[in-house]
Design a protein around this ligand. Structure first.
Ligand code: ADP
Ligand code: ZN
Length: 693
């Protein structure tokens, strides 16, 4: 439907449509052969549908009655097969035995043995027979002919059969594992198990997605522009001896357009695009992942310059060996191979590796080192403007009514990712078609949004309007505190666009570095972090669970102040910080001191909260202005805030004074935790996960 889908189809055709050379080995032949063998075996082995009997029964019920026509003596098995006179079969004994009168089906029973029994020893059986004939002179001697069953047949046959079966199963498995993707048909199979499954969108097929297809993401586009430029014109860079980045990590929640952006990069640079998911590497067999990586890079080298895109890199890139029990050798091998390959090619090879993840924090640090994925490009969920732009892109192929208000639609879809919006457009078109409309109108979109929200609610965070306003005031509280507290960090931007899995909104502060903090700074930091909760209390009269993360942070800071930095008069200049972390169970201070510590921490936090409340009550108007604007725009940058409430009072001074803001604070609970400025989730930003409501 959308333009992009059409391209996908083209690519798939290209991929699957290429004629496969070489002899075709059709798996179904194996099935056929096995089936035939099984069937014939059924025939040959079991065709004498023999009824089991015993020697005693044979003698008393058949032989002496004169019913036996002849016997086969199977010499190599000590068995006797018995042929019964067809006419005798109407006797009760046989009728009850076979549950029908077989004499009526003469054709079926003549010349066919009907019973079989085993004897211990053929010779003594013969002697026994002689005795019987001697004792019953009236009995005519039953002719017997010696036969022997083919000895080899059974066992050999069984072995062959099971072998065939195992081979068949194996072939099937291999095919499944090495199988080329959809449309790949017989190309996969046993011999391709280590080959990468990378789908190649070659230049021939042309990735004709460009930056124009990627709406919003302006900052990310600027960042990747350099890479595109390099791919287009590598000489320009290498001739000056510059080193080109080998890889970049696209970080952001699912559906925000990471794959799309990577593809657009290939499209802009007109280079081949290899795409592969991290989970494709991880297979059942040891060594497969590593060999797939090797193969992928081999292919890429042949096509360079090109882009390799690895989706869900966390599937292979998780930190190694953190947990001995849970360690996964195969994944580690794969990761090692990836690192080896990345180090193996020089910057001038022209291969750019892009990887996408939602969890950069779980990645092995080795992956993030210089020369590997040393650039992180963060791709967040779109704000109102972004959503409007994405809507525009996806509405292009749709016939919409003129009354459609894009801005309103964008406002109604807070928390939607690009993929969700694409979904809404599609749904709306389907709904309108079902109603037999000429064009898609506002009501169809409303229905579509409801439907998509219904689907999303289960797996994703969608924010209800009343929650949105709580979040807005919460974040505005943080921002205003930061604005009017002298030692707090300069605000960069504040947003209520949900981010990742945990944060419903966040305030971001100028990333700088600082290694020493004084009491004032820590106190202001605590106040700023409490600003969210305080704003909730002031404006809604009640507090929400959204501040859990904030509270964790301030608790950690306050404890550190008291127990590690000697910043508390009562406890004094002592530090209970234990870097070796050996004393997990015994506290290095007395119970009394413990009590004092708890009291003092409480004291610090209570005082800070009161101070925050006072400040926000004083600046109530500003909070309100900011929150309202946030509700409307969803994102406010520093410049927007300046327009709304004026310049930050201490700005000039601040810039001279503060150089930094991250500090490693040993936490009180014997845990080496990094406490950052205020609300930190990743290395470059101080982001504020405000809620887990
Ligand atoms: P990710 O790789 O981040 O999970 P994708 O790139 O696969 O997300 O996005 C899925 C789909 O969502 C895309 O194919 C596109 O239709 C739509 N989409 C996502 N973000 C955007 C965007 N910024 N502009 C236009 N379409 C988008
Ligand atoms: Zn908060």
């Amino acid at each position: 439907m959308a333009k992009e889908n059409r391209q996908f189809k083209e690519m798939n055709q290209e991929k699957g449509g290429a004629p496969k050379k070489g002899p075709k080995f059709n798996i179904y032949w194996i099935y056929a052969i096995v089936a035939v063998i099984l069937l014939s075996a059924q025939f040959m082995r079991f065709s004498p549908d023999l009824s089991k009997t015993s020697k005693q029964e044979f003698i008393n019920k058949m032989l002496i009655q004169g019913d036996v026509e002849r016997m086969d003596i199977v010499k190599n098995k000590d068995r006797i097969r018995v042929y019964i006179k067809p006419d005798s079969l109407r006797k009760d004994f046989y009728v009850s035995r076979f549950k029908k009168d077989l004499s009526k089906e003469k054709a079926k029973v003549t010349g066919v043995p009907l019973f079989e029994f085993e004897v211990v020893d053929l010779k003594s059986f013969n002697d026994e027979l002689k005795d019987i004939y001697a004792a019953n002179p009236a009995l005519t001697k039953v002719p017997d002919n010696p036969v022997s069953d083919p000895e080899w047949f059974g066992p050999v046959f069984n072995t062959v059969l099971s072998l065939l079966f195992i081979i068949g199963a194996w072939v099937l498995l291999m095919r499944k594992m090495g199988g080329a993707g959809p449309g790949g048909g017989g190309a996969g199979g046993i011999f391709n198990i280590g080959k990468s499954k990378a789908t190649l969108f070659d230049k021939g097929a042309k990735v004709n997605i460009t930056f124009a297809d990627v709406a919003g993401l302006d900052e990310a586009k600027v960042e990747v522009m350099e890479i595109v430029d390099f791919l287009k014109n590598p000489k320009k860079y290498t001739s000056l001896g510059g080193k080109i980045p080998k890889g970049a990590l696209l970080v952001g929640p699912p559906g925000t357009g990471k794959t799309l952006l990577a593809k657009a990069m290939a499209g802009e640079a007109q280079v081949p695009f290899f795409s592969l998911s991290g989970s494709d590497f991880v297979e059942m067999f040891v060594g497969v992942g590593a060999s797939r990586v090797r193969d992928l890079f081999k292919q890429a080298r042949e096509k360079a310059p090109c882009i390799i895109f690895i989706d869900e890199i966390d599937a292979i890139g998780r930190a190694r060996g953190r947990n001995a029990i849970m360690s996964n050798d195969e994944r580690e091998n794969t990761l090692n191979q990836l690192l080896v390959e990345m180090d193996g090619f020089g910057g001038d090879t022209g291969i750019i590796i892009l990887a996408a993840t939602n969890r950069p924090d779980v990645l092995d640090t080795a992956l993030l080192r210089p020369g590997r994925f040393d650039r992180q490009i963060s791709i967040d969920k779109p704000d109102v403007k972004g959503r409007e732009a994405i809507l525009k892109v996806h509405l292009q192929p749709i016939k919409v009514s003129e009354t459609l208000d894009l801005h309103k639609l964008a406002e109604q879809t807070p928390g939607f990712a690009g993929a969700d919006i694409a979904n809404v457009c599609n749904e709306a078109a389907l709904i309108a078609a079902r109603k037999g409309k000429e064009a898609v109108d506002m009501s169809d979109f409303q229905d579509a949004i409801d439907r998509v929200i219904g689907g999303l609610e289960k797996k994703n965070k969608i924010i209800a309007p009343h929650e949105k306003s709580i979040i807005a005031y919460h974040e505005a509280g943080h921002a205003i505190c930061g604005w009017f507290l002298e030692h707090a960090y300069p605000l960069l931007k504040v947003t209520i666009v949900p981010r990742g899995t945990a944060a419903l909104g966040y305030a971001q502060y100028t990333p700088t570095e600082q290694y020493l903090y004084n009491t004032d700074q820590l106190m202001d930091q605590i106040c700023m972090t409490l600003g969210g909760r305080a704003a909730e209390e002031i404006f809604f009269g009640k507090i929400s669970t959204g501040a859990a993360n904030d509270l964790q942070q301030i608790t950690r800071i306050a404890y550190s102040m008291v127990t590690a930095y000697g910043m508390n008069k009562k406890v004094g200049n002592v530090s209970f910080y234990d870097p070796s972390q050996e004393n997990t169970f015994t506290k290095p201070y007395s119970e009394e001191t413990g009590k004092i510590i708890d009291e003092e921490v409480r004291g610090i936090i209570d005082a800070a909260y009161q101070r925050t409340l006072d400040l926000l009550r004083e600046k109530k108007h500003e909070v309100e202005v900011l929150a309202k604007e946030l509700l409307d725009k969803e994102v406010l940058h520093k410049s927007d805030v300046e327009v709304l409430i004026g310049k930050r009072p201490f700005e000039e001074k601040k810039l001279l004074e503060i150089e930094a803001e991250t500090i490693s604070v040993p936490a009180a609970e014997n845990q080496d935790t990094t406490v950052s400025g205020a609300d930190k989730t990743d290395s470059s930003n101080l982001a504020e996960p405000s809620a887990n409501a």
